[in-house]
Unconditional design. Structure first.
Length: 230
């Protein structure tokens, strides 16, 4: 059997409704792109695991800790390339061709453009702000996905089992080692949190958490503040 060239690792928690859409997108991979799908599930009920298994994904049970879930999924993967995705995102058409092209380039880490699957001018302004941040600071976050060779991840020290800021922690360790490049396609994230809490309030809260982390607060200290938000 041909060894898969790309492992898609998806940490999930209570995503039985949204995960099938992402898994359907992943089924549209080009014929030449051999993939293995790994869903690391921390859900209290079996719904998320059931839909993942129906789509042919390997399911691993894990505690509710996104950094740990990613670490466990990466360890279970056999492919030389990794695509790390949140369970509530949607891949664009032609994602596979773009990923294949990136995998043929010089070693780098790649990310999608940020897009929120909801209407409204505040969200379009938010998307523009994220685009500018990525262009100026080469600082994508986890909800933009991350495509990278396993060798580069290992060079950076691997994924750390952080319950929060696991994406920022990894990106900061990758920055001195290799370029971070745009795939040039949008990755649509679910807009429920932005709609529920409001764009300004959510952005302010996230910025405050990142500032506290940069000033020395641990991810373990900050995670309860993030996950208990209404």
């Amino acid at each position: 059997m041909k060894r898969p060239s790309l492992a898609v690792v998806i940490p999930a928690r209570q995503e039985a409704q949204r995960l099938p859409l992402l898994l359907a997108d992943l089924q549209q991979a080009p014929l030449g792109l051999e993939t293995e799908l790994i869903v690391v599930d921390s859900s209290a009920d079996p719904g998320t695991a059931d839909v993942a298994q129906l789509a042919g994904a390997q399911v691993i049970r894990c505690a509710a800790n996104r950094g740990l879930q990613l670490q466990v999924g990466i360890a279970a993967a056999t492919s030389p390339w990794l695509l790390l995705l949140h369970a509530d995102c949607r891949l664009p058409a032609r994602w596979g061709a773009s990923v294949e092209h990136a995998m043929g380039q010089a070693p780098a880490a790649w990310y999608f453009d940020f897009q929120v699957a909801a209407a409204g001018l505040p969200l379009r302004l938010l998307e523009l702000a994220v685009q500018l941040r990525c262009r100026i600071r080469a600082l994508p976050y986890g909800d933009q996905g991350l495509l990278l060779p396993r060798s580069l991840l290992e060079q950076a020290g691997g994924m750390r089992p952080l319950p929060l800021m696991e994406d920022l922690d990894l990106i900061q360790r990758l920055q001195p080692l290799a370029p971070l490049r745009r795939l040039g396609l949008p990755l649509a994230v679910d807009g429920r949190r932005w709609r529920r809490d409001g764009v300004l309030r959510t952005a302010e809260r996230n910025a405050a958490l990142r500032l506290a982390w940069r000033r020395g607060a641990t991810a373990q200290e900050l995670a309860p503040r993030y996950y208990r938000s209404p």
